[in-house]
Every structure is written in structure tokens, then in C-alpha cells.
Design a protein. Structure first.
Length: 254
């Protein structure tokens, strides 16, 4: 075990595609030879684990071609600025998420909303864990960039951004067509410490900037051709993405 990582925390789901479980949040490493694409980067407290997960797969930090951000919440951009400043790594995201990553504004659950729901099962333990992982710290990305082209990106895995606004304004999932994988970020998750459900679902309402828009954005995912779902929170899910979306809608009462 290295930097808090257990062997079972690094899971190869397809050739060169690995899901890594961090502190109640996930990131994905897509490896092609010595190079890689990193999708999301955990909490600030996950930085050493992010670097350790790359090392475990034989990827030097300077060989990460880019960090693709699903959205700029603190539990997804925790190591991004370190990679940018230390190794010159490009930090890429949807154009509407760029000002969020700079912290020109913050669309994230407030302490007040958390405290108001602290009586609910799982909320208080999750909040304590988030604080311990650096969730209250300021983690802006000083030099975020919008995607340079539309469609597939010239990066390991040839990821295709799928704009799924609602959780945040510029939230994006990433389709890896060559691998049959969808990286859904927080647009569609498979579990969370504050949820009693398992399997495909939306996060509880307090986490979304616009829950109705989050629900509507599921339409952008349901036709994606993939048999593996890698969410920002929760375990690997195998199965048709359309069926996963239908299950999430059913749980959401839609």
C-alpha cells in the first residue's frame, strides 16, 4: 500500500483504463504507452495518492498529457494545480467551467446546507471525511484551459467530452469509445456515503447547482455506446448506459 492506496483501489476496467478510488471520490487514468490522460484529481488531501497511482502504473507525472476535469468542485481538482505548476500539465475542461476552476465563483454545497442535513444518515461522517481530505481548502486552478477542439481530444484514449450541465454549469462526462467506457463525473454516480442506494443514481439534491438541469442532462448520456460506467463516486458499473440512466431516473422520481 502506497500513500493510502490499497491494491484494490486501482482497478483496470479496460486495456490501459484504470479507475482509482481516493477519499470518497474517484479519478481515472487512461494509459497509452508511457503517456496518460488523467480525468479528475481527487481532494487536495489525495495529491500523494494521485501521484502514487500514476507511479504504480508506470506513468511519470510529466508524462501526463493533460488533466481533464469533469467539474471544478474541490474533490475533483485537488491535485490539478500542483500538476500544472510542478510539471506544466494542461488542465482542460468545458469553457463554462473555466471561471469556476479559477474560483471567480463557486457552485458547491455550502456548510449551511450540510449542517441543515447533518441529521440524515451518512451526512455527518461524509462531511468529517471531506474536511480531513482538505475539502474546505481553496484549490483554484490558476491556468485552466477550455478544450482546444470540438469532439475527440488528441490525448491518450481519444476522450470525447459530453457536456452535462446541472451539477455545475460546465460539467462534462468523457466517453472513451475505443474502450467502451463512460467517465460520468458527478452527472451520474454509482454510490455515495450520503446515499442509502447502490448502483446508478443522481447525487442528493444539495450537491447540484441545478438539479432539474442535472436530470435533463441524463439525456446526453443515455445514447452513449459503452458497457462500463466510471463515476466520480461509487464502484465500477458494468452494463448498458441507457439502462443505467433509466435506473437513475427511476430513483429520482422522474
Amino acid at each position: 500500500m502506497t500513500a493510502g492506496l490499497r491494491d484494490e483501489d486501482v482497478i483496470e476496467v479496460a486495456a490501459g483504463v484504470h479507475l482509482v478510488h481516493g477519499s470518497d471520490t474517484n479519478w481515472v487514468i487512461v494509459k497509452d504507452g508511457d503517456a496518460a490522460t488523467l480525468i479528475d484529481s481527487g481532494y487536495p488531501g489525495d495529491r500523494d495518492a494521485v501521484l502514487a497511482s500514476l507511479a504504480r502504473l508506470g506513468v511519470a507525472p510529466e508524462a501526463v498529457r493533460a488533466v481533464l476535469i469533469t467539474h471544478a468542485h474541490g474533490d475533483h481538482i485537488g491535485a490539478a494545480e500542483h500538476l500544472r505548476t510542478a510539471y506544466g500539465t494542461d488542465i482542460l475542461m468545458h469553457e463554462e467551467e473555466v471561471p469556476h476552476a479559477r474560483r471567480e465563483f463557486l457552485h458547491q454545497v455550502t456548510l449551511g446546507k450540510i449542517l441543515a442535513r447533518a441529521w440524515r444518515p451518512g451526512v455527518l461522517p461524509w462531511a468529517v471525511g471531506a474536511v480531513r481530505s482538505g475539502g474546505l481548502g481553496a484549490v483554484p486552478v490558476a491556468g485552466p484551459r477550455a478544450f482546444p477542439v470540438a469532439g475527440a481530444l488528441d490525448l491518450p484514449g481519444r476522450p470525447v467530452p459530453v457536456h452535462t450541465p446541472g451539477h455545475t454549469r460546465g460539467h462534462c462526462a468523457y466517453h472513451l469509445p475505443e474502450h467502451g467506457v463512460l467517465v460520468s463525473g458527478d452527472a451520474l454516480v454509482t454510490g455515495h456515503p450520503t446515499s442509502r442506494r447502490s448502483g446508478p443514481q443522481l447525487l442528493p439534491g444539495m450537491f447540484h447547482a441545478d438539479r432539474a438541469r442535472t436530470l435533463a442532462s441524463l439525456a446526453a448520456l443515455e445514447t452513449v455506446s459503452a458497457g462500463t460506467l466510471l463515476a466520480g463516486h461509487g464502484p465500477v458499473h458494468r452494463g448498458d448506459i441507457g439502462e443505467a440512466v433509466a435506473r437513475a431516473r427511476e430513483h429520482a422520481g422522474a
